[in-house]
Design a protein around this ligand. Structure first.
Ligand code: FAD
Length: 234
């Protein structure tokens, strides 16, 4: 498991993230985003246990009703990035179970990914909401083909995707982006039916942040959001 300090160092990976018109070179030192980094780092330190086999209980899959019940008070004290990582892991685990009969190799790969993510104690965000463009038109009929994330080419190493995902909680502070379609796709929309995981620092990924954190120096009117806030990334 990572310490808060190791988590902070993991941002030195060339990620392209922007805030109020500027590229953020140092997330940890940033006056607004740095406070959110601190919240996540505190969570890392709070739940850390020593040992190579240690796993963060917040991002482990509950195996019984008792374990699920015990998780609730833990979640109430957790930062939202740990919570969306847990949701991502549960989404992937559920998908692996559902497809294991028809697509056993894909189920095996998903489970291997989940195991690796838990072992390396990374944080994952859920990139579901597409830009969508004209809501009355399906993905393939949009003027802008990138209104929904889609595959633009395939190589022997994998796929190349394009598109915009909006309002992604804590995107800039995570390690990986779990991309899944925003709705069920139909015949003719196969290139839009893409689910994959993209490293935050992958070539071409750009994240524009917004934050509800107050910018005023006097924060008496913002007793909660001046202390606890998390940016959304698009
Ligand atoms: C603080 C915050 C955090 C978020 N975090 C995440 C995140 O981590 N990951 C993520 O993937 N998303 C995230 N979201 C996005 C959120 O899930 C979406 O905003 C939400 O799903 C609505 O989508 P939209 O904004 O595109 O609205 P729209 O789809 O444009 O909907 C707007 C309104 O129009 C209605 N509408 C839409 N289409 C039609 C239609 N064809 N006919 C009639 N009515 C229609 C809807 O019911 C709704 O009332 C976040 C949003 C916020 C505000």
């Amino acid at each position: 498991m990572l310490t808060g300090e190791q988590y902070k160092k993991s941002f030195n990976d060339g990620r392209a993230t922007f805030f109020e018109g500027h590229r953020v070179e140092d997330l940890v030192a940033h006056p607004v985003l740095g406070q959110s980094v601190d919240q996540v780092a505190e969570g890392y330190d709070r739940w850390r246990q020593p040992g190579e086999d240690a796993r963060n209980p917040l991002i482990s899959v509950p195996r019984s009703a008792e374990e699920l019940r015990a998780r609730i008070p833990m979640q109430h004290g957790a930062d939202i990035l740990a919570l969306v990582t847990y949701q991502s892991i549960m989404t992937l685990t559920t998908a692996a179970d559902r497809i294991s009969g028809a697509l056993p190799e894909f189920a095996r790969r998903i489970r291997a990914y989940v195991e690796k993510a838990q072992a390396s104690d990374i944080r994952i965000v859920e990139c579901i909401t597409d830009a969508k463009g004209d809501r009355s038109l399906p993905p393939a009929q949009q003027d802008d083909p990138d209104a929904y994330t889609h595959v633009v080419s395939r190589t022997d190493k994998g796929v190349v995707i394009r598109g915009a995902k909006l309002h992604i909680t804590a995107a800039s502070l995570a390690h990986e982006l779990m991309v899944i379609p925003t709705k069920a796709m139909h015949k003719g929309e196969e290139s839009y039916a893409i689910a994959c995981v993209v490293p935050v620092n992958a070539p071409g990924v750009k994240i524009i942040n917004t934050s509800y954190a107050p910018r005023q120096e006097d924060v008496r009117s913002f007793p909660f959001s001046s202390r606890i806030h998390m940016p959304e990334g698009s």
